[in-house]
Design a protein around this ligand. Structure first.
Ligand code: KG4
Ligand code: ZN
Length: 348
């Protein structure tokens, strides 16, 4: 058996209770309990409901992960936990659990950044990340472009959304098309039967005048409004809404902007690796478009498989493993749950 450290990761920042176990870059267990169905009827995650669900799920999910990996808590070398950003009450459950297990089993604990974990998870599938790399981080709460010089110690933000996150735009547009929450996967599915060029929706912050101040920033709020106006006009005229065409055209607009800006960042910094992470990285069109367009520029795209793009415990374990391998010191046992943890802080 490898002598690489065995790392357990705990994730509770939103609506997924995740516990993952890795050895080096090898994934041994990825146990997940989701409260998504309890939120669906509200059209968004209800923080109090999520916290309660984490509380109920954390111990069984932990037990399931240990069983799946065929190890005991005593075998674990370090525990990593999402310290932020995320929902305060939800984060607290994971952080408190990590502290309890760490104290009971006398293990070091690492409080880590959820967003850096979305980048680190790719190492479980594609091995060590070449540095520097450009990371496109697209989730329900964040959309950012980062220069990753040293994932263990810090990342440099290049740009971010100035309004809605990419996943948030998917969720809002899905809602106005009458699709369930969370909308991303439903839009992805509908779009397969639609024509991406049916409707020319706007590409936010891509006009020359916007590029001067916002070259690497994103804006999806105008796009969302454009889709709403288009759908309303159809409804007012008493005509049916072609859901598949709207979904495909909207998805095309989002992906076009994300890929264009990410490849621009790669070219202007001379970086040859683009890693895409976060829930929206599960989108089939985004994955295909990024790979097609990057190939023409000699840029290598790394995207983990869809199941690792959305929130899970394995991503936290992967980042913990990278921190341990890089010689980063563990966190103090009084580490915080920090709902507004900045992107530049990889671990606390
Ligand atoms: O990373 P994640 O699981 O949670 C956050 O950290 O926010 O991302 C969730 C987001 C949701 O907005 C969801 O609609 C979106 O990721 N998403 C997708 C797809 N799968 C999940 N968006 C587009 N296409 C998908 N296939
Ligand atoms: Zn996430």
């Amino acid at each position: 058996m490898s002598d690489e450290p065995l790392i357990l990761g705990i994730e509770t920042s939103c609506d997924e209770t995740g516990v993952g176990i890795v050895r080096g870059h090898t994934l041994l267990a990825d146990a997940l309990a989701s409260s998504v169905e309890q939120h669906a009827r509200f059209g968004g995650v209800v923080p109090e409901v999520a916290s309660r669900a984490h509380l109920e799920a954390i111990v069984p999910t932990m037990d399931r992960a240990l069983k799946e990996a065929g190890v005991t808590l005593a075998d674990i070398d370090a525990i990593a936990v999402t310290s932020g950003p995320g929902l305060a009450g939800a984060l607290l459950v994971g952080v408190a659990a990590a502290k309890g297990y760490a104290l009971a089993a006398e293990k070091p604990v690492y409080g880590v950044n959820h967003l850096a974990a979305h980048v680190a998870v790719d190492t479980l599938e594609h091995g060590p990340l070449p540095e520097p790399a450009i990371a496109l981080l697209v989730s329900g709460g964040h959309s950012s472009l980062l220069l990753v010089d040293d994932l263990a110690r810090g990342v440099t933000p290049l740009g971010a959304t100035i309004d809605d996150a990419a996943g948030e735009a998917f969720d809002k547009v899905a809602r106005l098309l009458g699709l369930p929450f969370p909308g991303g996967p439903y839009i992805d599915r509908e779009a397969r039967a639609g024509d991406p060029s049916a409707i020319g929706f706007p590409r936010g912050l891509t006009a020359p005048k916007d590029l001067a101040a916002h070259r690497y920033d994103f804006s999806f709020s105008g796009l969302k409004t454009a889709v709403a106006r288009w759908v309303e006009a159809r409804q007012r005229a008493g005509e049916p809404v072609p859901v598949a065409d709207v979904a495909a055209s909207f998805q095309e607009a989002v992906c076009d902007v994300l890929v264009r800006k990410a490849l621009d960042a790669c070219r202007s910094t001379g970086v040859e690796t683009l890693v895409i992470g976060g829930g929206v990285a599960a989108n089939s069109r985004l994955r295909a478009m990024a790979e097609d367009r990057a190939a023409a520029h000699g840029i290598r795209v790394r995207v983990p498989r869809p199941g690792l793009c959305t929130d899970n415990g394995a991503m936290v374990a992967a980042l913990g493993s990278h921190l341990v391998a890089s010689g980063v010191a563990p966190s103090r046992l009084d580490l915080p749950a920090d709902s507004a943890m900045p992107l530049t802080t990889v671990s606390v």
